[in-house]
Design a protein around this ligand. Structure first.
Ligand code: GH3
Ligand code: MG
Ligand code: MG
Ligand code: MG
Length: 300
């Protein structure tokens, strides 16, 4: 059922429209002035607004401007109600972003037709917004593990690094790489390799806090960004992950297998880390050390 917000400073108008629209099966809410309308729209965006222009304090033009200028709101069609003789109101209203207008006294058959037409457009707009959101999500997500993909985690890193350095809060970074992963593929098949990667991703997710970001950086390489974590916290995190992987019985279609993981931890502030790439490089260098020193270990 579509929700319509009727806004008018005259109670008679409001009640008449409410009765007519409710009789047509719409879910109707009312506001008696511009501020009340804005509050209601922000609390629960309706599917359409029937908006009076002439109202004390915040008039319909201003309400329209504020709603249409608020990018956090979905598309909400606005039909302005104007007096017949005021062409300027109509122009101003449409300029402010109103989608349509209807003249008073209101012809209800005409109003109903305009409401229906705008609700069809609203439905299409919502569909478009959903499709856009799904596309955006897909462009940020790694298909195999559901983690942030490399491009997206690098965007996050940029934001987190700026935030950390501005507020002088530490920022931890951990790079992990599954040990001898190639042999999983070679011995058990690529499907088993994929299954292991998904489970390593799960371990990383489960070990991370809500504010941490976990990304798939390369084939069997993962990165974790840890806001407000210093080098000791980052090392402790990496060590927890290392132990969880070591203890894990990885399952795949046909059996189970064990594997270990090496990790490198780094954190800002550090005298040699002057930009975000430097933070990743420090973690990567530490990971390289971990591999050199025999794998299944954490280095900083
Ligand atoms: P190391 O301990 O030095 O890290 O050895 P490794 O075998 O883990 O490292 P190497 O870089 O030699 O091999 C990584 C392998 O990961 C090679 C590649 O085929 C495999 N790989 C990369 N992406 C995927 C994936 O999405 N699925 C599967 N199953 N394998 C992948
Ligand atoms: Mg009025
Ligand atoms: Mg590896
Ligand atoms: Mg690797």
């Amino acid at each position: 059922m579509s929700r319509i917000l009727v806004v008018d400073d005259h109670e008679d108008n409001v009640e008449l429209l409410r009765a007519r629209l409710e009789a047509r099966g719409y879910d109707v809410d009312c506001a008696m002035d511009g501020q009340e309308a804005l509050d209601k729209v922000r609390a629960t965006p309706p599917d359409l607004i029937l908006l009076d222009v002439m109202m004390p304090r915040i008039d319909g033009i201003e309400v329209t401007r504020q709603i249409k200028g608020d990018s956090s709101l979905p598309f909400i069609p606005i039909i302005m109600q104007t007096a017949l003789e005021t062409t300027e109101d109509k122009v101003e209203g449409l300029d402010a972003g109103a989608d349509d207008y209807i003249t008073k006294p209101i012809n209800f058959a005409e109003l109903e037709a305009r409401v229906k037409s705008l609700l069809r457009i609203k439905e299409l707009q919502d569909e478009l917004a959903r499709a856009n959101e799904a596309l955006l999500k897909a462009s940020q997500t790694d298909g195999l593990t559901g983690l942030d993909n490399r491009r997206h985690i690098e965007e996050r890193l940029c934001e987190m690094y700026v935030h950390a350095t501005r507020l002088n809060e530490p920022l931890g970074c951990v790079m992990c790489d599954v040990d001898h992963f190639k042999s999983v593929n070679d011995t058990y098949g690529h499907q088993a390799g994929d299954a292991v990667l998904r489970q390593v991703a799960e371990i990383l997710k489960d070990s991370a806090r809500e504010i941490d970001r976990v990304g798939r950086y390369g084939g069997e390489e993962f990165i974790v960004l840890l806001p407000n974590a210093n080098i000791d916290d980052a090392r402790a995190f990496a060590e927890r992950v290392r132990q969880a992987v070591e203890a894990r019985e990885f399952t795949y279609d046909g059996g189970s297998l064990r594997r270990t993981l090496s990790a490198g931890a780094a954190a800002w502030p550090h005298p040699e880390i002057r930009h975000q790439e430097g933070l990743v490089k420090a973690a990567d260098d530490a990971l390289y050390e971990a591999k050199q020193h025999g794998r299944n270990r954490v280095e900083v």
